[in-house]
Design a binder for this molecule. Structure first.
Ligand code: ZN
Length: 358
């Protein structure tokens, strides 16, 4: 084995390329796994570079809810969004099924710090203290001290919090690589570009792999179960912003991705169509929630009206079973609360502007 190149990431050095004789043989996942393997042949040697594998975390025992992306090259293994603490056992099984272990991981790439995406990170770092954890600047303090994040999640989820998400251990500051957007991260022989994509959350980033043209969009492009066309927005409190969200979708579109990787759930193969359709869905949700708020009902009645309207739209595209999986993933009550808060903040800031101008 001979190292032929070394690359510098924004924090630490990785060996980015290794020439390995016959390296391709062991790289594909088990039959039926969704794996992209890319190998270049150079004379008698083969250079194996990044592969992307979907790991299904079977959140709460259900398939196709939360997807973690496993990125691998010869000596580099990373996870995009390792999922909640409650699915750690499944994550370990899934890694083992792809001949990998927590101890083999080099990095965790967080799109954002919500519990269903980032909750397992602290435990993984405890097990493998050399792990680098990439996270946006606004999310980083909450990874080091999750107390505030957990208390606001507890207010939303109450007694369901522990069974849904398990433990969320803090991550030592020394393990964090803080992102702003605009960075390039070396991942084996490939590079990932980091794009700041607020909207779903103010600390959301997207990772873009330009060779494969895959954008790991977290929750920026909604919920779309692989193989379906229906896209359900996820607009939870506290800091959704439709304006920032539209700009983020535009920025992702400008990268001209071929495929999107969605945490909920898996690949969307027609990136441009998906991004355009999702922008429309968000705008529609903005209008729908504003209309329902204008009726002045209490929260229970408003959520009921909202859920009824969403179910009616979805019924065109989904079977009742598929719809219930979307709704479970999408937590419509939380989405309603997020939209309501967004509209109220907007109205307050407009009132403030009018007063300031008068
Ligand atoms: Zn999510």
């Amino acid at each position: 084995m001979k190292q032929v190149a070394a690359g510098k990431s924004i924090v630490h050095n990785f060996i980015i390329l290794q020439v390995v004789r016959s390296a391709g043989a062991g790289l594909d996942g088990p039959a039926g796994s969704r794996t992209l393997a890319h190998q270049f042949w150079l004379g008698y040697t083969e250079v194996a570079v990044t592969i992307i594998t979907t790991l299904d975390l079977h959140w709460t025992g259900k398939p196709r809810c939360i997807a973690t992306a496993l990125l691998r090259s010869d000596d580099f293994t990373a996870l995009v969004d390792p999922g909640p603490g409650s699915t750690l056992a499944t994550l370990r099984e899934q890694l083992a099924a792809h001949r990998s272990r927590v101890a083999d991981l080099s990095a965790i790439l967080l799109t954002h710090i919500h519990l269903d995406h980032a909750g397992a990170t602290g435990e993984l770092v405890r097990e493998n203290p050399s792990l680098r954890v990439y996270v946006h600047r606004r999310g980083a303090p909450h990874m080091v001290d999750p107390a505030k994040l957990l208390s606001s999640a507890e207010r939303l989820y109450r007694q369901d919090m522990q069974p849904l998400f398990g433990d969320f251990l803090p991550v030592p500051e020394a393990n964090l690589q803080v992102l702003e957007g605009g960075e390039t991260i070396s991942v084996g022989a490939r590079e990932l570009k980091v794009l700041y994509t607020p909207g779903h959350a103010s600390h959301h980033v997207t990772y873009y792999e330009p060779t494969e043209r895959v954008a790991f969009v977290g929750d920026t492009a909604g919920i779309c179960i692989e193989g379906n066309r229906f896209i359900l927005p996820a607009t939870p409190p506290p800091d959704i912003s439709l304006e920032l969200w539209y700009a983020s979708l535009e920025a992702i579109g400008q990268l001209v991705p071929r495929r999107l990787f969605l945490t909920h759930f898996g690949f969307s193969d027609q990136a441009e169509r998906h991004l355009t359709a999702y922008r429309g869905r968000l705008a529609q949700w903005g209008n729908l929630s504003a209309e329902i708020m204008a009726r002045g009902n209490d929260e229970t009645e408003s959520v009921r009206n909202f859920a009824r309207a969403v179910a009616a739209e979805a019924a065109e595209f989904l079977t009742p079973d598929e719809l219930s999986l979307y709704v479970f993933n999408g937590a419509l009550q939380l989405s309603w609360r997020g939209l309501e808060r967004y509209h109220r903040k907007h109205a307050d800031s407009q009132r403030g502007q009018i007063q300031a101008g008068s």
